[in-house]
Design a binder for this molecule. Structure first.
Ligand code: MG
Length: 219
C-alpha cells in the first residue's frame, strides 16, 4: 500500500480516477477528438508507485507508453458537487504517469472491452509527492513536460486541457461519490511515446513537482 505524502504528512489514497483524451493534440494522435462529456476510467490503487520506483513491463504487452499528467488530489469528498464548489475539495496537486499497455488498449477498443487490463497493471501509476493547493495559483497554467532518458517527449501546458478541473470534479461526482484521498488524473498532452526496459523517466510540472521512475521488464 502506497501512501500519498503531503507536507510531511501521509494521506491514504482512495481511488484513482482518470480522464481519457482531454488534450486535443493527444486526442488527434490517438485517432479521435476530445469527447464532449469527459470519459472516465479507474486504475486500481495497487498500480500506485512512489517516485524513484520501477515500472514493470508485463510480458502480456509488447508496447507500453508513457502519459505524463497533472493529478488533482482531493482533501474532501462530495456527491453532485457543483462547478463553483468543486475547487474547494482540492487539497493539492501531483505529477502522475498514466502508464498504458497501448497494444492491449487498442485490442480492447476494437473488441469493445474495458481498459482495465491495459491501464491496471501494478506500477502503472507512479505519483510524486503532493504540493498543497495553496502553492499552485492557477492549475490551468502550468508547464508540463515528460522526458525519457533526458530527451523531451511531452512538452505542453495545462492550459491546453479541454475539460477543466471544476468540470471534471462536477462530472465525476454525478457518477460516483468522491472521497478524501481521491486522485484525479486530468489527461495527457501530445507526445506520448513508448517506454522500454532500462529507460529513465522524468515528469515535471511547474510549481507542482517532479516524478522520477525507471523501467524494467517484469520477470
Ligand atoms: Mg491518460
Amino acid at each position: 500500500m502506497i501512501w500519498l505524502r503531503v507536507d510531511g504528512r501521509r494521506l491514504r489514497p482512495a481511488k484513482i480516477l482518470c480522464v481519457a483524451r482531454n488534450y486535443s493534440e493527444h486526442a488527434k494522435e490517438s485517432g479521435g477528438d476530445v469527447p464532449e462529456v469527459p470519459v472516465f476510467f479507474l486504475k486500481p490503487l495497487t498500480a500506485l508507485l512512489a517516485s524513484g520506483g520501477t515500472i514493470l513491463l508485463p510480458p502480456e504487452s509488447h508496447r507500453v507508453e508513457l502519459e505524463c499528467e497533472l493529478a488533482v488530489v482531493l482533501g474532501k469528498g462530495g456527491r453532485d458537487v457543483t462547478k463553483t464548489r468543486a475547487m474547494g475539495l482540492v487539497m493539492g496537486y501531483a505529477v502522475i504517469f498514466d502508464i498504458t499497455a497501448r497494444d492491449l488498449q487498442r485490442e480492447a477498443k476494437e473488441k469493445g472491452l474495458p481498459w482495465t487490463t491495459a491501464k491496471g497493471f501494478d506500477t502503472f501509476a507512479p505519483i510524486s509527492a503532493i504540493t498543497p493547493a495553496k502553492r499552485v495559483r492557477d492549475p490551468h497554467d502550468l508547464a508540463i513536460r515528460a522526458e525519457i532518458n533526458g530527451e523531451v517527449a511531452q512538452d505542453s501546458n495545462t492550459h491546453e486541457m479541454v475539460h477543466r478541473i471544476p468540470d471534471l470534479i462536477a462530472s465525476a461526482s454525478r457518477i460516483m461519490t468522491l472521497e478524501r484521498g481521491d486522485i484525479l488524473a486530468t489527461g495527457t498532452p501530445a507526445g506520448v511515446r513508448e517506454i522500454r526496459a532500462g529507460d529513465v523517466l522524468r515528469g515535471t510540472i511547474e510549481r507542482v513537482g517532479r516524478l522520477d521512475a525507471r523501467v524494467a521488464r517484469k520477470v
